[in-house]
Design a protein around this ligand. Structure first.
Ligand SMILES: [Fe+2]
Length: 284
């Protein structure tokens, strides 16, 4: 997009948020047979805020019901990596005694701000994510969500050069990943902010972690990364904070999210079912 188009896009996104409402819930009576009104409510919230909180009746947590719901919202082409089953559903919970390096999502530790699949190949960008609570932790484990469109718009308003630095095709590199001498994933280099499709959708590729990430080595990039962290914090009024109960979840266009640390006990082990899709949430 040219700079005028980007400015217009930013203005439109800010205008949408003047109305609020990102944290409203959509009640789903039967995930196998989504009603028109339920579908429209999800699509409408995703079009405006890139996310929709939803609640299945009778606190349903079965993966097939979740899969049917995601399919009805257009999320058919799924990323089946990282522990996902044949339906493309990963069960995110504390894993003990697994071989290889520890993966933080599968511990009870906090996860800092990120979008999903920031290490994916460019042709395999994660456009949508569903996170569905099968069981909450005994305590903790809150999720916080933030629409990247707002972050982009706020940074653009502050100084268009900030978003320009982060749109550089070599802005962020995730170094290659090796395990036991074998290459698991090559290095991935790409922009943080990228517009895709028509009408344009913003795709954000980001992690706030400081290990296993290399930023382009220019003063403009360093300034933009610092501004990005500050902007995420400054938008706290728009953070959607939720502690999901069983049967509740979020369907989103891969928005920024973080997870608080949590504590499991024998009677309450936190389980989140996760779907990653190569298509955004359908708005038709
Ligand atoms: Fe995530």
């Amino acid at each position: 997009m040219d700079s005028m188009a980007v400015s217009r896009w930013c203005d439109a996104r800010r205008e949408t948020y003047a109305a609020r409402g990102a944290g409203q819930w959509v009640e789903i009576a039967d995930p196998y047979r989504l009603r028109m009104a339920e579908r429209d409510a999800i699509a409408d919230r995703c079009a405006r805020f890139n996310l929709a909180l939803y609640r299945f009746a009778r606190a349903r947590t079965d993966p097939d019901a979740l899969s049917a719901f995601a399919s009805a919202m257009g999320l058919e082409r799924r990323d089946r990596t990282l522990g996902a089953d044949r339906r493309g559903i990963a069960s995110v919970r504390v894993l003990r005694n697994t071989p290889g390096p520890e993966m933080i999502p599968f511990t009870s530790r906090a996860l800092n701000w990120h979008t999903d699949g920031y290490y994916n190949a460019p042709g395999q960008s994660v456009r949508a994510v569903v996170m569905h609570c099968a069981a909450p932790a005994a305590s903790g484990g809150e999720t916080t969500l933030l629409d990247p469109d707002l972050v982009h718009a706020a940074m653009h308003e502050q100084d268009p050069l900030l978003v320009e630095a982060l749109a550089h095709p070599r802005a962020m590199t995730i170094p290659e990943h090796e395990a036991e001498g074998a290459l698991v994933r090559p290095a991935r280099t790409g922009p943080v902010f990228r517009f895709l499709g028509d009408p344009p959708h913003l795709l954000m590729r980001y992690t706030m972690r400081t290990r296993s990430i290399r930023w382009r080595s220019t003063p403009a990039t360093a300034r933009a990364v610092a501004a990005l962290e500050a902007t995420i914090a400054s938008l706290s009024a728009h953070h959607v904070r939720v502690r999901f109960e069983a049967g509740e979840g979020v369907i989103c266009n891969n928005v920024l999210h973080r997870r608080a640390a949590f504590v499991d006990d024998q009677g309450a082990r936190r389980v989140m079912l996760r779907i990653r899709s190569f298509e955004p949430v359908s708005n038709e």
